[in-house]
Design a protein around this ligand. Sequence first.
Ligand code: HEM
Ligand code: HEM
Length: 135
Amino acid sequence: MNRFVKNFIIVSIVYLGISSLLGVCMLWNQSLISLKFVHSHLNMLGWVSMMIYGVGYHILPRFAGKPLKYPKMGEFQFWAANIGLVGMLAFYTLDAVGHSRAFTNMTVLFGAVEVLSIGLFFYNMLATLLPKTTV
Ligand code: HEM
Ligand code: HEM
């Protein structure tokens, strides 16, 4: 198993733990509902997507009987997905606590890094799975 594949699976479980704690805090204190976006995206981009990236990188090329086309791109995608997610949610939280245009801009910038990481996964998977094998 590639190192970044294992790392995707480990961080996805860490994100599930953090988001569930935040969820319970949101139940306990209604004012924390302003962080619903942080909870939902720690879950959807952190827990769900990262688990799918990890399992997908490992399983899908094997289903197709081919190696992953660009493993280095997978490693880079791991960092882009995590830096994008943590940065986006950190600046969203700062913006929710004390609104400033600079925080909003940083949220958008890290969100764009997250979108880039999604594009890299998309490209690497298609480049791996689509080419026809010669028999
Ligand atoms: C112990 C675990 C969890 C707790 C205590 C919890 C709690 C909450 C709370 C309090 C809300 C806000 C509801 C509201 O708007 O009033 C919420 C929203 C949400 N949660 Fe969780 N949650 C948990 C786990 C999860 C998991 C595992 C996922 C996804 C895999 C998830 C996905 C979402 C989503 C997408 C929303 C936004 C829903 C909406 O806008 O209607 N949550 N959660
Ligand atoms: C770069 C990626 C993403 C960005 C920038 C993004 C951004 C947003 C924004 C701005 C909202 C509205 C929040 C609000 O009403 O205050 C939202 C809501 C939501 N998004 Fe995303 N999203 C992304 C990826 C995803 C993915 C991959 C999923 C699911 C797999 C997802 C699931 C949801 C859900 C369930 C909601 C409604 C719950 C909520 O309001 O928090 N998002 N997203």
